[in-house]
Design a protein around this ligand. Sequence first.
Ligand SMILES: Nc1ncnc2c1ncn2[C@@H]1O[C@H](COP(=O)(O)OP(=O)(O)OP(=O)(O)O)[C@@H](O)[C@H]1O
Length: 297
Amino acid sequence: MSTHLLEIDGLRRSFGDVVAVDDVTFTVPGGQMTGFVGGNGAGKTTTMRLIMGLLATHGGEVRWNGSPIKTLDRRRIGYMPEERGLYPKQKVLDQLTYLGELSGMTASAARTSIMEHLERFGLEDRAGERVEKLSLGNQQRVQIIAALMTQPDALILDEPFSGLDPQAVDSMVDLLREHASRGVPVLFSSHQLELVERLCDRLVVLAKGRVVAAGSVGELRGVGPVRYRITLGGDAGWLRDLAGIHVHDVDGSSALVEFQDEAARPALLAAAVDRGDVLDFARRIPALSEIYREVTS
Ligand SMILES: Nc1ncnc2c1ncn2[C@@H]1O[C@H](COP(=O)(O)OP(=O)(O)OP(=O)(O)O)[C@@H](O)[C@H]1O
């Protein structure tokens, strides 16, 4: 297995007065799934188009295995664009075969790979149908097959999960993991944070054209303040009066707290034990949606 590396270094791109991508730097290591998140207009699609050379950069560079990326390298990248580009009148198998041939596959190798992929998505009996006769979710699956069928060296996928039902999401997740395990860098954008949390090893968060957080999910969890959830036998409102702690919220007998100094933690526990039952006390692992809100606020 050879592991590839995609590096994005100081990329910039404006449209008139709008700075869409502003000094964007991150890496997409092979063998890992990198989630690319950010609000509408944050610059995700523009960054992906810059990586693919579909837009000219106004600064910075994209490197492939340590050297400036070349057209031939890009031809080996499976790209799923935001605007899905299938011909509605053409039959599924014919269209995918044509796309495979454009990427340098022989027709017979393309057909074998396409049929394997159609089977994985439960679409093998739709190979002879015109694309326009498929539901939008199934057209989306065909678009995904177009990006994966060549066993590419990297995957750049713009919203690959949008419009897929949970079963198709699961098939897609398995497929992408298989590609990552070949040493392939996988970058995918998504607005579905729970899915991103489940799927990705690394995360890049974009806001207003800039990277506001990047790293493994574990690293990003360590960026924010450490908080604890304490649940008492009775009302937890009195915690607000304790020195050295910041109480984020109290919900009856349960409170979310942050300690301002090390001594405050044993002091709080001693006070709570003194007053009665401590039912639960645990460090709280923030959900990705919370980290996201914190880094983009
Ligand atoms: N071809 C273009 N012409 C003018 N402005 C553009 C063009 N493409 C993108 N932009 C602007 O650049 C900014 C970033 O857009 P982009 O589509 O990259 O964001 P995004 O993160 O992909 O958003 P979404 O999640 O809504 O797809 C936006 O302000 C957008 O209006």
